[in-house]
Design a protein around this ligand. Structure first.
Ligand code: DC
Length: 221
């Protein structure tokens, strides 16, 4: 096994920003597992599968080929051969991902891919169940969190930076609903692994968080 860091936590805690930066600093590959759930959700939306029809989702899930490629250190998600990165980071796809991610067959399929990637390379992987289920033997586990208000504000700023209009109250409501679903689902719920280091980023700058996690990382480039 290579050197693996697991980063889990709720939506908007800063997982991807931090994991991407630590990957660069420490010479690791960044594996974004949320993007895989998002790609699966995008497939269901495109195929017009009702998100409450579990049977059809399970059936369709088998037909979806999701693979990962790296271009200039960036993860590219291929859905049936197509680079779908440009379509993954919308609220619609994020909410759909949260709805389909409790389905065991969906998780099983994506987890297999995640384990394969971790076995092949030294990586920092972020998600919800990485420290608890996907990489229980990771050398370092981080549970990254922040208050829901802070996370909503960050999402709002992120959208604004992309020129997209967001409504803060609606974003906060979505975040709280998504947290509830992620925490209360039966299948691998979002929770801190016993051996994970808790980092609350509510009052920290991005650089401070990168510094703390890099300090805990024993991987030398
Ligand atoms: O981190 P994100 O917002 O890109 O994740 C989108 C959804 O995917 C999120 O609501 C929960 C789900 N997810 C999951 O269940 N397990 C993971 N390892 C990663 C994401």
């Amino acid at each position: 096994m290579g050197y693996n860091i697991a980063v889990d936590g709720p939506a908007g805690a800063g997982k991807s920003t931090i994991a991407r930066a630590v990957a660069k600093k420490k010479g690791l590959i960044y594996v974004d597992t949320g993007a895989m759930y998002r790609a699966m959700a995008l497939y269901m939306l495109r195929e017009q599968i009702p998100l409450d029809n579990m049977e059809r989702i399970v059936e369709k899930c088998e037909q979806a080929s999701i693979t990962i490629r790296y271009e200039n250190g960036e993860q590219v998600v291929l859905l049936n051969g197509e680079n779908v990165n440009p379509f993954l980071r919308t609220e619609e796809v994020g909410n759909a991902a949260s709805v389909i991610s409790p389905i065991p067959q969906v998780r099983e399929k994506l987890r297999k891919l995640q384990k394969e990637l971790a076995a092949m390379s030294d990586c920092i992987m972020d998600g919800r169940d990485i420290g608890t289920c996907v990489l229980p033997n990771a050398q370092l586990k981080i549970y990254l969190t922040a208050s829901s208000q802070v996370r909503a504000q960050r999402r709002y700023d992120e959208l604004a930076a992309k020129g997209q209009e967001g409504e803060l109250n609606k974003i906060l409501q979505d975040i709280e609903e998504r947290d509830y679903r992620d925490i209360h689902r039966e299948e691998s719920p979002l929770k801190q692994a016993e051996d994970a280091v808790l980092v609350d980023t509510s009052d920290m700058t991005v650089d401070q968080v990168i510094e703390v996690i890099s300090g805990l990382c024993q991987h030398d480039r």
